[in-house]
Write a protein that binds this ligand. Structure first.
Ligand SMILES: Cc1cc2nc3c(=O)[nH]c(=O)nc-3n(C[C@H](O)[C@H](O)[C@H](O)COP(=O)(O)OP(=O)(O)OC[C@H]3O[C@@H](n4cnc5c(N)ncnc54)[C@H](O)[C@@H]3O)c2cc1C
Length: 433
């Protein structure tokens, strides 16, 4: 079946040859019979081109949606890789289990989340998702299958966790969930008025709370200001209210996120958060997935789509590098709506290409304005590279091969595990094949 496909940034929408996979048993034969090269496609929540293969084949994994086993005593879950994080929570939470690590959207598939070795607000305490994967099955484009895990084919496991789908297709995963009493998070909101304020809060709160993250407004005239959010799972098992979900689907395909709208939104968000400062009880949905409450919010950037620029800079020199990055954004005259700042923990990354490193990560969203956006990225890339940092492939659509190589020193080691029948827009841009 041919159909137009894009990802979350909506930067392109081209025809692909789509091979829907229906279950893990028949997937091997369908993969082996597909025109190659191909790339796995989960739920398209990556922002750029890593799940795209313009004009070529994608293996659509959403049909791999079966739960295979769940031990409610130990929290060990075995399911197919197209199951979404939302579906896992729906099954696990009533039994007192939750995801050990979650990104800021519950609409990612488990396979997609493993393929990017995703991190969440608890990176400093729980590392990346890959650390909690006990086993997975890797299907190669020749139709072969391999069981991998921390103790079985461990080298293949470390290449596949964070491997962007380039080592093969993950058909099923065994994941260790974590115990929780219920759906509530005891959260605390604090505001800060400078980058120094962020780093102080981050070092003071990280040991005390499982989760922490900051939203910053980098469109102010002076220093940044922001909202620091931290939290822990609460002991309350009371049911949570039904989720209120809005949609941006009905909006005409215009660009609603303009610099003026961003400035106004950021100011409003800051004032509203300041008025809510202090402790409160929040449902897991509003704590972890505030953006999922507005379906298709990515349409607010209009037809040309948008980029997310997410980098991490190492601990030494992180303050200077983040200040320089924000200065460059301010000087460009473009602003970012809801920028995220988070200090990662010091646990060594599991995957050969896992993104987190000890240091600070900054994520900024920019409307696609063509050449001027690319010029801004050149400036940001130079600062990231000089600081010894790297960009996150899950969000990327513009990184250069040079910066990729510089940021990921284990790239040559990774290349040995690539599946020759798999290739994406991103792999061709960054690796030449
Ligand atoms: C609102 C929002 C918030 C986010 N917040 C975070 C965050 O806090 N932390 C974070 O780390 N990420 C975050 N992300 C990124 C997101 O978690 C990742 O991009 C995730 O990989 C998306 O999963 P997906 O199933 O949609 O995968 P897709 O976007 O479809 O694919 C992503 C990659 O995974 C590969 N892949 C997909 N399925 C498989 C499979 N079964 N086997 C092998 N490879 C596969 C694809 O080939 C591709 O390379 C966020 C994204 C959004 C939209």
């Amino acid at each position: 079946m041919r159909a137009a496909l894009s990802t979350w940034g909506r930067l392109s929408r081209r025809d692909h040859w789509i091979v829907p996979l229906r279950d893990r048993h028949t997937a091997r034969a369908r993969i082996a019979a597909s025109p190659l090269p191909a790339i796995p496609y989960g739920n398209g929540r990556s922002y750029g081109d890593e799940a795209l293969n313009d004009g070529g084949t994608v293996w659509l994994t959403r049909g791999l949606d079966r739960f295979i086993g769940f031990d409610v005593e130990t929290g060990l879950l075995h399911c197919e890789a197209g199951v979404t994080l939302e579906e896992i929570i729906a099954v696990a939470l009533p039994h007192g289990w939750f995801l050990p690590v979650t990104p800021g959207t519950q609409f990612a598939t488990l396979g997609g989340a493993v393929a990017n070795d995703v991190h969440g607000k608890n990176h400093h305490s729980h590392g990346t998702l890959g650390e909690h994967v006990r086993a997975l099955t890797l299907l190669r484009s020749d139709g072969s299958a391999m069981a991998c895990g921390p103790a079985q084919n461990a080298d293949w496991f470390r290449a596949t966790v964070g491997g962007m789908g380039l080592t093969g297709l993950i058909s099923d995963v065994v994941l260790q969930l974590r115990r929780v009493a219920g759906p509530w998070i005891r959260s605390t909101i604090e505001t800060f008025g400078s980058l120094t304020g962020f780093f102080e809060l981050s070092s003071e709160r990280s040991d005390a709370f499982e989760y922490s993250v900051a939203w910053i407004d980098c469109m102010g005239k002076r220093d940044v200001r922001g909202v620091f959010l931290c939290g822990d799972h609460d002991d309350s098992a009371a049911p949570q209210p039904k989720a209120a979900v809005r949609s941006a689907h009905f909006l005409p395909p215009l660009r609603w996120v303009t610099p003026a709208a961003t400035r106004a939104f950021n100011a409003l968000y800051f004032r509203r958060s300041a008025s809510r400062a202090g402790p409160s009880l929040q449902s897991y949905r509003s704590f972890f997935y505030p953006l999922d409450g507005v379906l298709e919010w990515n349409r607010l950037y209009g037809r040309a789509g948008f980029y997310q620029y997410q980098c991490v800079v190492p601990q030494s020199g992180q303050r200077e590098a983040v200040a320089e990055l924000l200065k460059a954004v301010a000087a460009s005259g473009t602003g970012s709506f809801l920028s995220v700042l988070k200090t990662f923990g010091t646990r060594p990354a599991l995957g050969l290409l896992s993104f987190p490193m000890p240091g600070t990560t900054l994520a900024l969203d920019f409307a696609n304005e063509g050449a001027s956006t690319r010029r801004l990225f050149e400036r940001l890339d130079a600062i990231t590279a000089a600081a010894g940092g790297r960009l996150y492939a899950a969000k990327d659509a513009a990184m250069t091969p040079q910066l990729f190589r510089l940021g990921y020193p284990r790239l040559d080691e990774f290349t040995r595990f690539r599946d020759p029948g798999i290739s994406s827009e991103m792999s061709r841009r960054l690796l030449g094949s």
